[in-house]
Design a protein around this ligand. Structure first.
Ligand SMILES: [Zn+2]
Length: 218
């Protein structure tokens, strides 16, 4: 029963940070996070319908890619198929953080992809934060919409009328990407509100960082 404890602990610690910083609700259970178990078609994921501030190790679900339970008595997140779809589509990704963080979610309801605005964001997240078209939470249509957009090799996405999807080679990097996304979404929101012209990075910089990412994330 101890096999997955370190991964479960990582999920609980990350969830606590996300709740504390208002990326996930205090009392509600919107959003969900997961980690791929190394070298297996197995994922540890937050449960469905549980307030995140009171999770313990036994509450984290371990399931295979067909969603058969391996450990845990609770039902996995209704977005489990979306997480599994990410792992099947992207071998470079081993952690998924899906939140309803405020500024990213604001851009998700005005359908504004975030262009390449800053060096660090473009290196870590990629050249764009694209919009994944809306579909019901937990639906196979949403999973298909996510899988299609993942082909751009970027590490953050906005789910239309829903929230944010942040990916990483491990949980530490997925969490860092969630924070970077919220920072750039907040800045982009304020910049849009001025009505001024948005200055995007030049193509030469975008190409340079794209080459750097190919070396880092291949
Ligand atoms: Zn959600």
């Amino acid at each position: 029963m101890k096999n997955y404890d370190s991964i479960k602990r990582e999920i609980i610690d990350s969830t606590s940070w996300l709740v504390e910083h208002e990326y996930l609700g205090q009392l509600s259970s919107g959003g969900n996070i997961s980690v791929r178990v190394p070298d297996k078609d197995v994922v540890a994921i937050t449960p469905s319908g549980m307030p995140y501030r009171s999770l313990d190790l036994n509450d984290i679900c371990v399931i295979d890619f067909d969603q058969n339970p391996i450990e845990g008595n609770l039902s996995p997140s209704i977005e489990a198929a979306m997480h599994i779809g990410v792992y099947q589509e992207r071998s470079d990704v081993n952690a998924v953080v899906h939140t309803h963080q405020p500024f990213a979610s604001t851009l998700a309801i005005i359908n504004k992809p975030i262009p390449a605005l800053f060096d660090e964001i473009t290196v870590e997240i990629g050249h764009v934060v694209e919009i994944i078209p809306y579909a019901f939470s937990g639906s196979s249509e949403l999973v298909n919409n996510v899988r299609t957009k993942l082909k751009n090799a970027c590490h953050c996405f906005l789910i239309q009328n829903h929230g944010a999807l942040c990916l990483g080679a491990d949980m530490e990097r997925a969490m860092k990407n969630a924070e970077l996304l919220e920072n750039v979404a907040q800045i982009y929101y304020h910049a849009l509100a001025t009505g001024g012209e948005i200055s995007v990075l030049p193509h030469s910089a975008i190409d340079y960082f794209a080459d750097m990412r190919k070396l880092r994330f291949r």
